[in-house]
Design a protein around this ligand. Structure first.
Ligand SMILES: NC(=O)c1ccc[n+]([C@@H]2O[C@H](COP(=O)([O-])OP(=O)(O)OC[C@H]3O[C@@H](n4cnc5c(N)ncnc54)[C@H](O)[C@@H]3O)[C@@H](O)[C@H]2O)c1
Length: 418
């Protein structure tokens, strides 16, 4: 009997970002020869020095081990392998449908390297039907290869395997989360399961590619709708002058109620984006998902209005914004409502002090403004008139009552409430 390690001696991972890099590094530490591929040559150089190009707990240790043993090497061009994992971005187009151009380019870029028996796994978050499109692109590029069709196996195997790791805990969750595997045919699912068994301790749940694609979108739309409810409730509480944190804490003592925590909006590459894939595929039957998107997208403006009502009470106040990242303890600014709020406030007649312990320098949009500076937590609190908490970074928890005395505090994440 062959073990997964025999079947997959070489694996190419296309796209070395938040998803591809931890996956490549994890596979490399399981004895597989991994070729990481990215079109960004700075990313490639950084990885070949054994360094991650973004901050994620324990990733540097994993990567150092993978690169120093020679098991992981990054390139700008794909290399032949037994399996190919595609983890490239799937942003929104102007019309809020999914932009699959990176998935298509990545698929076509590996097509000439394919040999019978190879496996292709798509990990990028995609609209339903994308895996079928991948089959079509491969068929166009390689008419000599038979692509799989349910239930026919084909010369190569193709599967969709969504990723659901949590930034901040990626290295652990990559190995321990359950994994949905949606093969184009049963043989594709079986081969993809073999691949993930190289490192996975969680359960494998096999299904079709369409269900696997929809599961990922459903998970993120579900989260968005629930956060939308919490955000809307916080708007209600603000209007009524009622404490939202106490309201939620007490409501959640009901055995079948679990209201999430509100915040300054919804950010990141997933929850703020993926529901649109569903909405654009089925716009006439998704009013709830659309409403949640609207509520969550409106929240940064509501926070800015609340800050401005307080700014008006001072001559030229110093406003400290705590956090720019879209979630606690990471440096990821993608779709971040915290960043959006800070960028808007930067145009006001204030001195804006940003505290973001996960960034060395401010993003260009803020750095170019004369009234914006970056400072550490204690210094920023000392000089501020208004403190706006935008991200619940652990580093902010330690604020003392004295530090906040005589300051207007707008805590959008309930950091100091519990
Ligand atoms: N970040 C998350 O938490 C998360 C979670 C689950 C799913 N996803 C999904 O995974 C996919 C990747 O997300 P990410 O956060 O890793 O993105 P990312 O932007 O961090 O990384 C993607 C990388 O792919 C590279 N790239 C783009 N086109 C390429 C090509 N043709 N060939 C080689 N490299 C290419 C980019 O240069 C970039 O470095 C997206 O579809 C995303 O929705 C992300």
């Amino acid at each position: 009997m062959t073990s997964p390690n025999d079947a997959f001696k070489k694996i190419t991972v296309v796209g070395l970002g938040y998803i591809g890099l931890p996956t490549a590094a994890t596979l490399a530490t399981r004895g597989v020869e991994v070729f990481g591929v990215d079109i960004n040559d700075e990313v490639v150089s950084c990885i070949n020095e054994g360094k991650a190009h973004f901050s994620e707990p324990d990733l540097d240790i994993l990567l150092e081990a993978a690169v120093s043993t020679g098991k992981l090497r990054a390139y700008c061009e794909p290399k032949p392998a037994d399996a190919f994992i595609i983890a490239v971005p799937t942003p929104l187009r102007e019309d809020r449908s999914a932009d699959l151009s990176h998935v298509e380019t990545a698929t076509r870029s590996i097509s000439q390297l394919l040999k019978p028996g190879n496996l292709i796994v798509i990990e990028s978050t995609c609209p339903v039907g994308t895996t079928e499109k991948v089959c079509g692109w491969i068929a166009e590029e390689r008419p000599d290869l038979e692509v799989p069709r349910e239930p026919k196996a084909g010369d190569i195997q193709i599967a969709y395997c969504p990723e659901r790791i949590l930034p901040g805990n990626m290295v652990f969750e990559l190995v321990h989360n359950d994994r949905i595997i949606g093969g184009v045919s049963p043989k594709c699912s079986a081969r993809a399961e073999d691949l993930y068994r190289l490192f996975l301790r969680g359960e494998v749940l096999r299904t079709s590619s369409a269900v696997a694609e929809l599961v990922k979108l459903a998970e993120n739309a579900y989260r968005d709708v629930n956060i939308g409810f919490a955000n809307e409730l916080s708007n209600v509480c603000d209007k009524l002058g009622v404490d939202v944190w106490e309201t939620i804490e007490l409501a959640n003592r009901h055995p079948r109620v679990n209201i999430l925590r509100p915040g300054p909006g919804v950010g990141g590459h997933c929850i703020a984006v993926d529901p649109w894939f569903l909405i654009s595929m089925a716009s006439e039957v998704t009013p709830l998902m659309r409403a949640a998107r609207t509520v969550n997208d409106e929240k940064p403006r509501i926070v800015v209005d609340a800050v401005r009502r307080n700014i008006d009470r001072f001559k030229r106040p110093t406003v400290a914004c705590l956090g720019l990242a879209y979630k606690p303890d990471v440096d990821d600014l993608r779709e971040s409502p915290a960043l959006q709020i800070a960028e808007t406030l930067a145009f006001d007649d204030i001195d804006l002090v940003i505290v973001e312990p996960h960034l060395r320098v401010l993003p260009e949009t803020l750095a170019q403004r004369n009234n914006v500076s970056k400072d550490d937590f204690n210094a920023a609190l000392r000089k501020s008139d208004i403190v706006v908490v935008l991200t619940a970074h652990s580093a902010f928890r330690a604020a003392s009552r004295e530090q906040l005395l005589r300051r207007v505090v707008i805590d959008t994440v309930g950091l100091w409430q519990s």
